[in-house]
Design a protein around this ligand. Structure first.
Ligand SMILES: Cc1cc2nc3c(=O)[nH]c(=O)nc-3n(C[C@H](O)[C@H](O)[C@H](O)COP(=O)(O)OP(=O)(O)OC[C@H]3O[C@@H](n4cnc5c(N)ncnc54)[C@H](O)[C@@H]3O)c2cc1C
Length: 629
């Protein structure tokens, strides 16, 4: 529980921030238009700034399919493969890797993805700042999971040259957020708390001890200290098992308000505490699940280690095992995606070890070469996947859109490693119960934004590297973790250019988790890049302005990674029935369908890289172990 940073730590807080005083001139157009990079970077998506992730142009066809659009008869490409993989995220890439390794080394494989870059959420963002390459993760942050990586997932990483324990031991990748003494700050915004005020931790002293100037009542300050460090058993007299069951039936918000009886201002401080892990606030997460990820208030409640069935997979895993090893590459798990692509299509990048891979530039023109055994086709939304009719010489047929026109490709096998909730539209002939289960797999929307700054002086002056902003548009703001590997190194002084990450999870307090996800997704897709830019400038100006930060001068580029379909859905005991594992929607939904099997982290019921890999393995095994393969 005292581990320094995980996916869940990087983002906290939410509520709408009003328009502020920082609405100065927006970035020069070249720095903000989507696909802004020109010249040498024109064909190189990692360097593109503006609205990225699910960028405009990548998702509209899929939504049209959902809304009943019919396309003309597909043109037959004449292409046939051993395997077609729909979705070139980590699961799809791993499926291609496993299939090739197990079926036969020369297997012909086609990967199709609707995005303009590969990796799915494991997206790499590049910036050239001050004459140096700066890398950031556009999504999947790090190797870190609630349970140890399986032999399959760990084995794949090792085969790719990613020996996690060895890399950790080598110390090339220091603890994330070591920079600036890893100090955290809490930003109280005027819309929520009455006055803008940043409160920083000081050496060995948590922010909760530095609340003298915070715009909070004396009662709220005392309550915060009690929750963070107090020794109160709020359910004295009950056994650990009774307490756990009770806490699994109430939200963390209800626990704080009704059981710990904190002041209402304290609820506003904690409201966004769970957003990094679940994308929703403390009203939609159980108190027990919060205990499982190390939230405060439970320290004197004598809750015994271990999971119970009424826990989501993330807290259950951490409570039971303490979690996996942890490693962050400069581009997050983009390095894993790149290692997989280079292994499958060696022509895209020079050979070399994993450190060399981090800085190597991929040649995107080599991803889809005629004659290559493995081809990766971007900007290709799949609209149909079916088992082929007898006599066609193939067993699966897939239709995708090439520049808006439907094209048919054939294969012996197909793995759907795409978002599982789209599968009923791709395969309308699936059994009704399976389609119903797939429809239930509502993903969590998230935004990970990388902002390039001229320097980090304001952070340095304020003594913070991570700021939680529970009432702001972006609830988590932090300096890009400094990672040194091979020839790549992070900034060495606050005077150098740096990246700042800003996170937002749109949602709607008070609804069920999935209703919040749907509302957040709709909001996200309706939000322009200009709105993001304005909110970023306003928020950074208000948080860092007292230290001399000037958004107009200090922000040099912005990449908004928008993920309307982000985290895979995980079991939430507050809103879902406690079903036996075999009856859970992700299990019912992933059943093989003839020559089509289903991967993606969605089908593992947990939003993690190792889950995406394990599900790829299962999906490939289902195809290869079947007599018809
Ligand atoms: C912001 C963010 C941060 C995260 N951080 C972490 C982390 O630190 N550690 C961790 O372990 N996990 C993290 N995750 C979870 C992450 O989702 C998984 O680790 C993993 O990257 C998921 O891989 P996947 O292949 O299952 O899915 P995806 O990455 O979603 O890949 C699926 C691909 O299929 C494509 N697709 C969908 N429909 C179609 C279609 N019809 N036609 C063609 N292509 C289609 C999608 O566009 C996508 O590119 C994070 C997720 C997000 C969104």
């Amino acid at each position: 529980m005292d581990r320094s940073i995980t996916r869940r730590d990087v983002l906290h807080g939410l509520a709408a921030a009003g328009a502020g005083a920082w609405a100065g001139a927006l970035l020069p157009k070249a720095a903000r238009a989507a696909e802004s990079a020109a010249g040498a970077d024109a064909g190189y998506p990692p360097a593109w700034t503006g609205m990225r992730g699910s960028a405009p142009g990548t998702f509209e066809s899929a939504h049209a399919l959902r809304d009943g659009m019919q396309w003309p008869e597909a043109a037959d490409s004449g292409e046939t493969y051993d395997l077609i993989v729909v979705g070139a995220g980590l699961s799809g890439l791993a499926a291609a890797y496993f299939y090739r390794a197990q079926a036969r080394p020369g297997a012909r494989i086609l990967l199709l993805d609707n995005h303009d870059d590969f990796g799915g959420h494991a997206r790499r963002n590049e910036f050239a700042l001050g004459g140096r390459l700066h890398l950031g993760n556009g999504g999947t942050l790090m190797i870190d999971s609630p349970r140890p990586y399986s032999a399959t997932a760990d084995g794949l990483l090792r085969e790719l040259g990613i020996d996690v324990p060895a890399l950790i031991k080598k110390g090339q990748l220091p603890e994330i957020f070591d920079e600036l003494g890893s100090s955290r700050g809490m930003f109280f915004d005027r819309e929520t708390f009455g006055r803008d005020q940043l409160v920083a931790s000081s050496k060995g002293k948590s922010w909760v001890h530095n609340l003298q100037d915070a715009p909070l009542s004396a009662q709220a300050k005392a309550d915060l200290l009690r929750i963070e460090e107090g020794k109160v058993d709020y359910l004295a007299g009950k056994s650990s098992a009774e307490k756990k069951l009770f806490l699994s039936r109430i939200s963390y918000r209800d626990f704080l308000r009704d059981i710990a009886k904190v002041n209402g201002e304290v609820l506003a401080v904690y409201q966004s505490h769970t957003k990094g892990e679940w994308g929703v606030g403390i009203d939609a997460v159980s108190a027990l699940d919060c205990w499982g990820i190390g939230s405060k208030g439970f320290q004197a409640m004598a809750l015994e280690d271990g999971e119970i069935p009424r826990m989501g997979p993330t807290p259950a895993g951490y409570a039971a095992t303490g979690g996996s090893y942890r490693l962050h590459f400069p581009d997050g798990n983009g390095t894993i995606a790149r290692a997989l692509v280079r292994s499958l299509i060696p022509a895209v990048a020079p050979p070399g070890d994993i450190a060399q891979l981090v800085t190597s530039r991929f040649d995107y023109t080599r991803l889809d070469e005629a004659g290559a055994p493995v081809r990766l086709r971007l900007n290709s939304t799949v609209i149909r996947a079916r088992n082929a009719a007898a006599g066609t010489g193939a067993q699966a047929e897939v239709t995708y859109l090439a520049a808006g026109r439907p094209v048919r490709v054939r294969a012996r096998n197909c793995v759907l490693a795409c978002y599982n909730m789209i599968i009923p539209y791709l395969c309308p002939e699936l059994p009704a119960a399976q389609k119903e289960a797939l429809h239930a797999l509502v993903k969590t929307p998230l935004v990970y934004t990388n902002v390039a700054l001229r320097n980090a002086r304001a952070f340095h002056k304020l003594g913070v590297s991570r700021i939680e902003a529970p009432g702001c548009y972006h609830t988590g703001v932090f300096l890009n973790p400094i990672m040194n590997i091979g020839s790549y190194h992070g900034p060495r002084s606050p005077d150098e250019p740096t990246l700042v990450q800003m996170h937002r999870t749109p949602c709607k307090e008070g609804l069920s988790e999935h209703e919040q996800n749907r509302a957040g997704r709709a909001e996200l897709l309706a939000t322009s890049f200009e709105t993001f830019e304005f909110k970023i400038r306003d928020q950074l100006g208000r948080m860092l302005g007292p230290a001399g930060f000037d958004p107009a001068a200090d922000i040099t580029a912005i990449t908004v990674n928008r993920w309307p379909h982000g985290y895979a859905p995980e079991y939430n005991p507050l809103f879902e029935p406690e079903l036996p594992p075999a009856q859970r929607p992700h299990v019912v939904g992933r059943a093989r369908f003839g020559r089509i099997s289903i991967a993606n982290s969605d089908s593992g019921g947990a939003a993690y890289t190792d889950v995406a890999i394990d599900q790829a393995r299962r999906a490939v095994d289902e195809l290869l172990n079947d007599a018809g393969a």
